[in-house]
Design a protein around this ligand. Sequence first.
Ligand code: THU
Length: 135
Amino acid sequence: MSPEELINKAFEAQKYAYAPYSHFAVGAALLTAEGEVHTGCNIENASYGLTVCAERVAILKAVSCGQRSFKSMAVIADTEEFCSPCGACRQVLSEFGGDIKVYLANRRGEYRTMTVGELLPGAFSLSKSNNQEDA
Ligand code: THU
């Protein structure tokens, strides 16, 4: 699947964003090693801190379907700038590998590619925290 196709899946998911507080709708699409796509949109809550970003919705959906191996993710929002995953989503993505490609896209579907490792250098992981020499 091409980056453009994955970005289109993210645009489709953005339609379902539940964002009555920020009015900022985000869409994400996650491609598994097996070629499946799991999508996500942001889901807000009246208790603002319970909001879940589109990226994490996509990851949690995929993992809860038994998927743990991911190739790439597309993230889009209705902005001129490329939509950049928040720190929490970067950490959750990094749990599944620093090599996952992330397509950060804008409202026109233009995008920039970064790896999860580039988005979150020095990510926390249990193996690192257990080995001081790796710190
Ligand atoms: N949001 C995402 O879904 N993904 C991001 O990468 C950045 C922020 C959501 C959270 C909230 O619903 C809204 O965008 C404004 O922060």
